[in-house]
Design a protein around this ligand. Sequence first.
Ligand code: 6PG
Length: 481
Amino acid sequence: MRTADIGLIGLAVMGQNLVLNMADHGYTVAVYNRTTARTTEFLDGPARGTGVIGTETIEEFVNCLTRPRRVMLMVKAGGPVDAIVNQLVPLLDEGDIIIDGGNSYFEDSIRRTMDLKERGLRFIGAGISGGEEGARHGPSIMPGGDPGAWPHVKGILQDIAAKVADGTPCCDWVGPDGAGHYTKMVHNGIEYGDMQVIAEAYHLMKVGLGMSHADMAAVFRRWGDGLLDSYLIDITADILGHTDEQGDPTLEVILDAAGQKGTGKWTVISSLDLGYPMTLVAEAVYARVVSALLDQRIEAAGVLGSAVDESGVAGQEWGDDFVDAIHDALYASKIVSYAQGFMLLGAAGGEYGWDLDYGRIAQLWREGCIIRAAFLDDITAAFARRPDLPSLLLDGFFTDALRKADSGWRRVVTAAVGAGIPVPAYSSALAFYDAYRSERLPANLIQAQRDYFGAHTYERIDRPRGEFFHTDWTRPGGAAT
Ligand code: 6PG
């Protein structure tokens, strides 16, 4: 019987492409899919001539793997992962390894690492980013879980991963239990944020400045050669430049109701749980939610009237260099978003006991994944300068970048508010930036109100932290106690 170096379960597109990628790198891969027809189609189609071993039962699949067995799951997150794990467990031997490559919730990966360890098995939750193309030719891979499993899968995963310019793979051990999937979740949250800041630029150019699609495409093309050099900017230029058979922009026939599968929402939920701001990503998630309320929006546009004049009239007053100001608003907002993302990773590292290497995480995202961007090198450099940097906003490079972008950013937010064009990501990022650098915020009033109606007590500026006071607010001159 032929034996395989690794097995993969779940032959949807991502699974198929990872198998082909492994085969390209000289690995023999066994595959199993719930419906055998798909396995047959794969073997007769894309996998023809690759040496991939097709199996019809999960027992046959397990039996052809070399030991310790390495089984990669590319099935839908949630119940389907548990279902397959439960099928596999009785068939596996001590030390065998299960790698979940889906977009699983990190708490599930924490649980699965523990449960499988108790049964003598080793679990890896590996976030994989890059879509179909990345899976085929080199994704970014963020593995976490049982550290004892890593040496057994490191070679394969690093071989199939994307590489940065010096050849370093965009795959490295992130940390124990849920650390890999948590990092992928934050990646996805940031992905939502990046997409929203780009969408706001498009909206301002289209309805504010009345620009043509060709001109917008050219602007994004130019931006992609500068500070904003990234995959998402590049594909946006392609999308804006795409026309249908009649020569009309394809983008404009696409319904403006955004979907989501939940990873952005999870990021925001985690930020609320940990008490860290993820305001830009939250606005990006809500922007999708608002877009999806299409019927209500249409009714409201009729009842309330839209503030926006779609003809580009608003922008006549905005000045010739307004496109540059949009660039600065986008760049500054992106800096805030990544600063928030890395603050959240720091908080999660503390909460869950993960010793995360932030500079390395930025390099895992440098190629292969959806948020790949030159900008990530600046983040790695910032953490090299100060590994315990509490926030990217405190690093000199980003401080200077924000100072330079400041006036354009404010100009864009002000103009957008005046014209009734929603820019929730730019404006929430600006609000965070202004709050974060304020020595004094109005939270003293919040504390006073809490103390007034609920005797929740407050700390004083002239006393050490941790001493709490209460005022009898209804009695003039009421003494603090
Ligand atoms: C990736 C993507 C991928 C996918 C997400 C987001 O890193 O390759 O993030 O995981 O696009 O599922 O999808 P939604 O926008 O549907 O939430």
